[in-house]
Design a binder for this molecule. Sequence first.
Ligand code: UDP
Length: 480
Amino acid sequence: NEEEDGLHFVLLPFMAQGHMIPMLDLAKLLSLRGASVSFITTPLNAARLRPSVDRAASVSPRPISLVELPFPSAAAGLPDACENVDELPSPDLGLPFIKSTKLLLGPSLHYLRHHHPPPSCVITDSFLPWAREIAREFGVPRLVFQGISCFSTLCIRNLREHGVLERAGSECERLVVPGIPHEVAIKKSQMPGTQFKDLRAEMREAEATADGVVVNSYEELEREYLNIFRATTGKKVWMVGPFSLANADEGDKIVRGKETSSEYQCMDWLERKEPKSVVYVSFGSIGRLSPPQTAELARALEGSGRDFIWVVKSWDGLPEEFKERPITERRMVIMGWAPQVAILSHRAVGGFVTHCGWNSTVEALCAGVPMVCWPLFAEQFFNERQVVDVLRVGVGVGVENPNGWAGEEAGELVKREAVEKALEEVMEGGAEGVGRRERARELGDMARMATEVGGSSFVNLTRLIDYVWKCESTKDVRES
Ligand code: UDP
């Protein structure tokens, strides 16, 4: 479509891996359709994303511009070169970090005023409410990038709007979500967003006044929740995911995210394994288990007798022999960062112990891999409910309280027996296990079909582009 050639999307991601990576995938999808994309970020993040952008350039009619704006860490009171949440020395710096992103507003405006073509649309992370100033200045639509599911968004929204949260007394009171088709309940302590109160209010205001929402999900996965979300918010919603499928071949999957020294080694290691025999264990880009919990999980993985790949952020709590020999025939311990999408997509992987971050969840679905759910914080307890009760492609290990990043102390340890039991159910599990794996495979097939030409997400992306194009033409009329 030649008409699309004129569009220029400005994407503003929040600087955390779980936000930047899917947004870059969205940028790839837009650029494949012939739009120009400016992806505004900082030098450290640009360096991490560059290999992925360079690979995409070879297949896209228009390369994505990575716009590098220096991030004034010092002015924000943050340590030097602290440009991504995963670099923060302490979770207590989370709020100052989020607030300090506002320092990028001036430089972003300056850049866009001096570059051609002018923006046609701004797509912004909900953590960056200040980005509405950019859309306002250029008189273009502003869309919110929603990196979590419709299901979780709706649960959080309904608990708040119906006053359920305020009425709840103790932290362990069970809150039943009103206004949705499945019975979903979580503990009050598992509800996200009790921190960062003033920021949340600003974010909600920016979301309420946005022109629409772009979601990393697909209609076949949660159509009924999408319908309720649309009906209750009156918002335009475009489900154009799973974004990770923008990475078609293994090389694209491997360079997605951040450099790792072990990437080819772990793919070779997987090559030697039987189909669906390996467990992949990861708690996302910032999740951490306490040292005692790490030790307990190590015992569970060893005790399960299964081969596993485990991505860790520190050696604390791990048995000495893991440190001395991170790679054996049975295990592969990866320190730091793993090529997750490539690993999950490998035929040898049969189960995923996950913190239920939404990206990880959707990536597992795309690969048809059932999950052992170990939520840590944020909306992950809702994602667990969606995976376990609604989609029925996972088993919970029984985490009670938030922990792992936001500074909360973990409650009771998840015991070795609970992990081994959940692993057994997911990897074997008799008839139920078969059903779970079958559903996971079907959801993966649906995800791929959704993103192929003519599929629901493909068509929704066309509609989004058409919408922006329409805004562009009415703007031209207004200006002439
Ligand atoms: N990821 C990865 N390698 C790692 C850890 C994470 O590639 O070692 C990617 C993962 O594939 C996903 C993102 O980082 O795309 C993490 O997002 P998610 O929403 O799952 O969790 P978060 O990190 O935001 O808690």
